[in-house]
Design a protein around this ligand. Structure first.
Ligand SMILES: [Zn+2]
Length: 331
């Protein structure tokens, strides 16, 4: 049977669900101006990601890797969350989720490193703070895992210190380098260094050959999930495909939200084609409009600059996740 595209059918599935997991990919951030590697243009287009986004590449040519990530950081700093990010952030808010799926927990897993899902959740949580102006109770907010790290984080290659650092540029040499060229080599001593120990910093993202963050926690959520949303990612791309198949094998429902049809979609239960910022936003409105007063106030994005400059909410959320999920030690 071909996948359904009927919102009402999907609404029924959500209403009966107990554990919903959303796995998002690059398609979610396309409308925020974050291109995929293939679409990044310029000199970077000619580089295979596997030759830049690896520990080996960094050891061989840290200047080239930093120049690339400097450009990615600049894009991330300029970007703002789009309606698709906000639609998912709403599902993280208990007062909205309970109107859609009264008995369900919701977990958001992003493969993106732009931090936009966290910022959307940060903004949305602040908006719905029970009128007090304070953030809603952290323990009530759904879990959000950035499995590939965050481009605005730095990680010390010597002492392992990781921190959120939105400074732009991270060091004068990166600002002065020709970002359109791979030729201007920056001496290692002029690349970003750790303020704690003086060691060379690297981007705080997960590279090829490295293990994703929170793998254990995510698999535990997958094992309990009865509904899986695949958003802005091909249902054939790992690890989203593995998660979806695992859930489907146990009789769970899988819904795909993506711009284009991809191989494997026909095996899914639901398929909503179109740009995520349109399909998810409409979907969110269709689900919640009549039953919940929660709305998306994108006007707050006028204040995006101050939000961008402070550490994201996830810094606090991570500690909550650890506290509430014993005995799940980080792997
Ligand atoms: Zn250090």
């Amino acid at each position: 049977m071909p996948p359904s595209s009927t919102v009402e059918d999907f609404r029924r599935v959500l209403r009966d669900s107990k554990n919903i997991i959303a796995i998002v990919g690059a398609g979610l951030s396309a409308a925020s101006g974050i291109p995929t590697w293939r679409d990044s243009g310029g000199v970077w287009k000619s580089y295979d990601p596997s030759t830049i986004a690896t520990p080996t590449a960094f050891a061989t040519n840290p200047s080239l890797v930093w120049q690339h990530y400097h450009a990615m950081r600049e894009r991330a700093l300029k970007a703002t969350p789009n309606p698709a990010h906000f639609a998912l952030a709403l599902l993280c808010i208990p007062s909205f989720l309970s109107t859609v799926a009264p008995a369900a927990k919701f977990t958001l897993v992003t493969q993106n490193i732009d931090g936009l899902s966290v910022r959307a959740l940060d903004i949305t949580t602040a908006q719905h703070a029970n009128g007090s102006g304070n953030l809603a109770s952290e323990s009530e907010i759904s879990r959000l895992y950035e499995m590939h790290g965050r481009v605005l984080d730095t990680l010390c290659t010597s002492c392992g210190h990781r921190e959120y650092n939105p400074a732009d540029p991270l060091c004068p040499a990166l600002a002065a380098s020709d970002l359109g060229s791979s030729e201007g080599q920056i001496p290692v001593e002029e690349l970003p260094h750790c303020l704690q120990c003086g060691g060379l910093l690297r981007p705080g993202v997960v590279w090829f050959e490295e293990l994703p963050h929170h793998s254990r926690e995510i698999w535990e959520v997958v094992d309990a999930a009865d509904v899986c949303l695949l958003i802005g990612t091909s249902s054939k791309v790992q690890p989203a495909a593995a998660y979806a198949y695992e859930i489907a094998d146990r009789g769970g429902k899988v819904a795909v939200f993506n711009k284009e049809r991809s191989e494997g979609d026909e095996e899914r239960d639901f398929l909503f084609l179109g740009p995520c910022e349109e399909t998810l936003h409409k979907f969110s409105l269709a689900l919640g409009q009549t039953t919940c007063k929660v709305s998306i106030r994108t006007d707050i994005l006028q204040d995006a600059e101050c939000i961008r400059r402070r550490p994201p909410y996830l810094v606090h959320l991570r500690s909550v996740v650890r506290r509430h999920d014993k005995p799940q030690a980080r792997n």
